[in-house]
Design a protein around this ligand. Structure first.
Ligand SMILES: Nc1ncnc2c1ncn2[C@@H]1O[C@H](COP(=O)(O)OP(=O)(O)O)[C@@H](O)[C@H]1O
Ligand SMILES: [Mg+2]
Length: 304
């Protein structure tokens, strides 16, 4: 019995401590390397998952070395036949959990934008496309938006293959999905990731995903039309330059979006500069108002 139990919680050199999360096709555990005591996030494929794809994609993650992508540790197949993937253990929360609590500030949103755009620039220059960017695949280390890690990289789910198996998964993914991906997964390219990041930023800024539908069919109808409520209609305090960039990232026609992660970084820098100028203008206004109210106070004093 004991040996059965230990075998069930043993994956290569790792010993499961406890479950951490479960996603679409895999469960994530916190586990410990028996020899070094190091903690890892151990992702174990569900019985329904595709082992070949899990293996191929674990190999892709192994080739990605970027400060904003979760670090690969090892992968293998357990005695039970279950494939597993070990990654650095991250302390904090994913962006999905964060957005459930509250929207992000403009400053925090810009950190998220920059952090993910850097990953996309790196990946796109290597002809890799994430294909499944969404808040659940973005982790905020120590809950800090300026320290994010992109997850599920290369574990990108193929809409046609696995997404269909679980309606919940497809709905979660579809909310951030580009129209061309919903129509035909083969048309996916760098601009599909740009769209998904735009949809994530939309959610960060407005507190709600760009589309909501009562059913999957209704949701997909919105996705295909790529018609979301204008950002500043939902959140009027979002600076116009930033709202315009996010709207363009979510253009229905991929040609109208920034072409890839690299192009996006340039546009974000420009938007940031303009937003900064906006902040300065606002500060000047505030200062001015403070100044006049102080003057008011003084005049009151004088009258007193
Ligand atoms: N390295 C990690 N450290 C801590 N938590 C993690 C880590 N990797 C994943 N998670 C948690 O597990 C969830 C599912 O992981 P993910 O790799 O996205 O699997 P799936 O392919 O099932 O979506 C994530 O949303 C996150 O909350
Ligand atoms: Mg995921």
């Amino acid at each position: 019995m004991v040996s059965l139990l230990s075998r069930a919680s043993s994956y290569g050199p790792f010993e499961v401590i406890r479950p951490a999360a479960s996603g679409g096709t895999a469960s994530v555990f916190i586990a410990r390397d028996r020899s070094t005591e190091r903690l890892v996030a151990l992702k174990v494929l569900e019985e329904t998952g595709d082992p070949k794809r899990f293996d191929r994609e674990a190999r892709i993650l192994a080739t990605i070395v970027h400060p904003n992508v979760v670090r690969y540790v090892a992968h293998g197949i357990a005695q039970s036949g279950r494939p597993w993937l070990a990654m650095e253990w991250l302390e904090g929360e994913d962006l999905d959990a964060r957005l459930d609590r509250a929207p992000l500030s403009i400053e925090q949103t810009l950190h998220v934008a920059r952090g993910i755009a850097e990953v996309l620039a790196y990946a796109h220059s290597r002809r890799l496309v994430h294909r499944d960017l969404k808040p659940g695949n973005v982790f905020l280390v120590d809950r800090d938006p300026s320290q994010l890690r992109v997850l599920d990289f290369g574990i990108a789910t193929d809409f046609t293959e696995s997404g269909i198996t679980k309606t919940g998964t497809i709905i979660g993914t579809a909310q951030y999905m580009a129209p061309e991906q919903a129509l035909d997964v083969r048309t996916v390219d760098a601009r599909t990731d740009v769209f998904a990041l735009g949809a994530i930023l939309y959610h960060c800024l407005t507190g709600q995903p760009p589309y909501r539908g009562a059913s999957l069919r209704e949701l997909l109808a919105y996705v295909v039309q790529a018609k979301a409520r204008p950002i500043r209609e939902v959140a009027p305090s979002v600076p116009a330059e930033l709202a315009a960039l996010v709207t363009r990232m979510m253009a229905r026609n991929p040609d109208h979006r920034p072409a890839d992660g690299g192009a996006l970084i340039h546009e974000l820098l420009e938007a940031r500069r303009l937003v900064g100028r906006d902040d300065e203008r606002k500060e000047e206004r505030d200062e001015h108002e403070r100044g006049s109210s102080l003057a008011g106070d003084r005049s009151l004093e004088m009258h007193a």
